[in-house]
Structure formats: C-alpha cells, structure tokens
Design a protein around this ligand. Structure first.
Ligand code: GRF
Length: 205
C-alpha cells in the first residue's frame, strides 16, 4: 500500500478528487495518511478531517526563521513514513533538503501544458490569464516530478483542454480542473501505486 501525503494551501478540490478516487476504486493500492497545509483556514483541511484523515497545519509564519519551518516540515513528513508526496495547490517553496531526500517521490499538478505558462509567477488564475492573453486554442494540465526548479521536473502525464470563445480566466480555470486536473492527478497516483510509473527514475507510460 502506497503511503501518500498531500500538501495543500487552498480549497482542496484536487485533494477531494484524490479522496473520491480512492473511495471509488479509481486509485488502488494507495492511502492518504496525512494532509498538510501552510494555511490554517484552508478548506482542504476540513475535507481531510471529514474523511478521517490527519490534517496538519504548518505555517512558515509560526516559525522564527524559514530554516526552522523547513526543518519542521521535513520532520513532519518523515514522521509519516510516506512513499509519495503530492502537491495539490501548495503555494510554499519546497525546501531543497526535502527535494533531495524525496527525489522522484514528490509530484505536482500544474494547470497548463508545461512548458507553456509555467515557472516563476505562474500560479492560480495567472496561468489562465496568460493563456488567454496569448490566444492559445488548447491548454491543459501537467503532472510532473518536483525538482529544484519551478515546474521544471520530469513530466509524467499531460491532458489537453480546449479554450473556447468568451472564456474568462475563471471559466477556463474551472474547465481545466474538471476536464484535466481532477482526472490526471488521481490517475498519476494510481499508476505510481500500481508500478506503471516508477518512483526511482524512468517510467513506463
Ligand atoms: C489548481 O489549479 C492546481 O493546478 C494549482 O492550484 C490549484 C489548486 O486548487 N497548482 P485546489 O486547492 O485543489 O482546489
């Protein structure tokens, strides 16, 4: 059984998609052991508690220095003995020591087709604003391993979504979530849990 930890900052609809997929059997051989948020008010923590999953808040603001926060985050994650860490809308920079210790065991979902509209400054609605400003006809979502860069790690899965006339950033964000993110992230976890994507480099897609 793959032990999964999910890191969140906001509403947690991607977390919900994961929990629903475990319940419905679209994810097998995996269990979510802990949900960690930097934000005590994150609705994602409520979703975790409602599901009987441990919900932990670790805010950088609660620590005198960033280093102390980074150490506490790593200690907390280590204490759960996780096989896979899923970033599902987590807006805190992952400490380099954590990336080293969990190389190819941290995945992120990004709401565009990387390498478009990714990297520093591309998060949340800004991604969709940029896609609309550029006039692309196709966008989508990407699941990738996390490395030291921003959205630069090896790509695991991508799914395309159409941009339609009249789209606003909010409408497009919702379509990308419904048609790509909420499908792709559970699929990546299921494939990892069932050995179709290797956590140790090299994957068979
Ligand atoms: C999603 O768009 C995800 O791709 C991005 O942050 C958003 C999180 O939404 N990284 P939610 O908290 O899962 O609802």
């Amino acid at each position: 059984m793959l032990k999964v930890g999910v890191l969140v900052s906001g509403g947690g609809t991607n977390l919900q998609a994961i929990l629903d997929a475990v319940d419905s059997g679209r994810i097998t051989n995996a269990e979510v052991n802990v949900v960690i948020s930097n934000n005590a008010g994150a609705y994602a923590l409520e979703r975790a508690r409602a599901h009987g999953i441990e919900a932990v808040c670790l805010s950088p603001k609660a620590f005198p220095t960033r280093e102390e926060f980074n150490e506490a985050l790593l200690e907390t994650i280590d204490s759960y003995g996780l096989d896979l860490i899923v970033l599902a809308g987590y807006l805190v920079t992952i400490p380099p020591a954590m990336i080293r210790r969990y190389r190819n065991r941290i995945i992120n979902i990004h709401p565009s087709l990387i390498p478009s509209f990714c990297g520093v400054g591309y998060y949340g609605l800004k991604v969709h604003e940029a896609a609309l400003a550029r006039g692309v006809k196709i966008t989508g979502a990407t699941v990738h391993f996390v490395d030291e860069g921003m959205d630069s790690g090896p790509i695991l899965l991508q799914k395309a979504v159409e941009v339609l006339p009249g789209d606003t950033p909010e409408i497009l964000q919702r379509r990308v979530m419904e048609q790509a993110e909420w499908i792709l992230l559970p699929e990546a976890i299921d494939r990892i849990a069932n050995g179709q994507i290797s956590l140790f480099g090299g994957h068979d897609l």
